[in-house]
Write a protein that binds this ligand. Structure first.
Ligand code: UD1
Ligand code: MG
Length: 458
């Protein structure tokens, strides 16, 4: 591994074919900007300097992407890849090797770059190349009769014979920084695109007798760039497939690896089962034996062992205890904690509430800003009226309470331990422990009452 490594990420281009106001490298793959993926790979190489060349979109890039370790180099006009790298030079350590990455090539693996870097030093450079069945559009690797790299010719400058070469430049190169600086200063833009080509430095190295090595990625997708929304979607699928393979390799059952989306980090215990079409965002942890039914969305959630989440449930910023049963069609919102063995059933919304162990909210309820004890049963259609139009108030439901169906609990209000609330009540004052409380009109019957009948029209 060379000392004082510089990594430069070229990200000044607009990405015209994205048809978007957002700079291309800020488009998301697996929930993170393309540039963030490249930065993560770059950081894993522990470079002495990490420089991003930006241009299109102006400050949008430095504003959107975090990192005190990043040096931002502005390329005000996009005059070519060689010109772009030149903008980074003042920020680099001249002693070391510089590795050039593209901000729109998100899936390059660290070991591929490490192999490339092993071939670059103070007197050698290396290019990551790949043989493509259709090389159209790429720069071609022109070799001499002995098979040594001679130069790179861009598609638009290539002869018919050169266009038939299928070994292409991925754009990822590693070269000694001091020599690069000299070569870049000598670039001309006398070519089909009127650009300063970084690729012209290869012929310059060869002219100085410097060996130009090549190495190759294990997988083609490692060097695929994003130029359009379709290519972005295709690389998303590659990423997700790889993630599914990783999880399955660690013992999770992924019902269909083609129908899993992880936009962040998903950690699974043993014997986790994930049914189709689930989306995991942010940081999600599933304990052993957890089962997630089809079409669930979980964001920043931890789920303890044995819990079953049934289809179409949406859970966000919550902690779920062991052996709970959730859904189908449950919505659990931020600030919620379920203790073990809690049940949350269909069409139940829970927000910013603690639900004690063994408690059940099984049907069609809203529980917001509530503290619910253990072994509580909340009947169908119960609503905590937590908002008075200006402020939120808490509802406290102590252990072993039974709330009858269709009850409104107007907060702030406390239902004492072991209390029973009669169905259909509107509870506006604290209900004492151990007693039955209800607020309900007494039932009455009007005997002999007749239903109105329809008058005939004449
Ligand atoms: C480049 C290579 C080509 C290679 C291909 C791989 C050159 C001259 N050509 O071509 O050999 O096969 O990539 O995809 O290097 N960029 C800037 N500033 C600029 C121009 C580009 O920052 O002035 C950035 C872009 O944002 C992008 C990268 O450099 O991330 C590559 O630019 P692009 O225009 O896609 O180069 P290609 O013509 O595809
Ligand atoms: Mg390109």
């Amino acid at each position: 591994m060379p000392n004082s490594l510089n990594v430069v990420i070229l990200a000044a281009g607009r990405g015209t074919r994205m048809h978007s106001d957002l700079p291309k490298v800020l488009h998301c793959l697996a929930g993170r900007a393309l540039l963030d993926h490249v930065l993560a790979t770059a950081r894993a190489l522990k470079p002495a300097r990490l420089c991003v060349v930006y241009g299109y979109g102006g400050d949008a890039l430095p504003k959107a992407v975090q990192g005190n370790d990043i040096v931002w180099a502005l390329q005000a006009r996009q005059l070519g890849t060689g010109h772009a790298l030149q903008q980074a030079l003042p920020h680099l350590d001249a002693q070391g090797v510089t590795l050039v990455l593209y901000g729109d090539v998100p899936l390059t693996r660290q070991d591929t770059l490490q192999r490339l870097l092993q071939q670059a030093g103070s007197d050698s450079m290396a290019v990551l190349t790949v043989a493509l069945s259709d090389p159209t559009g790429y720069g071609r690797i022109v070799r001499d009769t002995d098979g040594r790299v001679a130069r790179i010719v861009e598609q638009k400058d290539a002869s018919d014979a050169e266009k038939r070469i299928n070994e292409v430049n991925t754009g990822i190169i590693a070269a000694p920084t001091a020599r690069l600086a000299r070569w870049l200063a000598g670039l001309s833009n006398d070519n089909a695109q009127g650009e300063y080509y970084l690729t012209d430095t290869i012929a310059m190295a060869v002219a100085e007798g410097m060996p130009v090595a090549t190495s190759h990625p294990h997988h083609e997708w490692e060097v695929l760039g994003v130029n359009s929304k379709l290519q972005l979607a295709e690389l998303e699928r590659v990423y997700q497939r790889n993630y599914a393979e990783k999880l399955a390799g660690l013992g999770a059952t992924i019902m269909d690896p083609a129908r899993l989306d992880v936009r962040g980090d998903l950690v699974c215990g043993q014997d986790v089962i994930i049914d189709v079409n689930c989306v995991f965002e942010g940081s999600v942890t599933l304990g052993s034996q957890v089962k997630v039914g089809a079409n669930c969305v979980l964001k920043n959630v931890s789920v303890a062992e044995g819990t079953q989440i049934q289809p179409f449930s949406h859970i966000e910023e919550a902690q779920i205890g062991a052996n709970c049963r959730i859904g189908p069609f449950a919505r659990i919102r931020p600030g919620t904690a379920l203790a073990s063995d809690a049940h949350v059933g269909n069409f139940v919304e829970i927000k910013n509430s603690q639900i004690g162990s063994g408690s059940k909210v099984n049907h069609l309820s809203y529980v917001g800003d509530a503290t619910v004890g253990s072994k509580v049963n909340i009947g169908a259609g119960t609503i905590t009226c937590n908002y008075d139009g200006a402020n939120k108030h808490r509802t406290v439901i102590e252990d072993e309470v039974f709330i009858g169906s269709d009850t409104q609990l107007v907060a702030p209000v406390t239902v004492g331990r072991g209390a029973t609330i009669g169905a259909g009540s509107t509870i506006t004052r604290d209900a004492p422990a151990g007693e039955l409380t209800l607020s309900r009109m007494k039932q009455l019957t009007i005997t002999g009452w007749q239903r109105p009948t329809k008058k005939s029209k004449r």
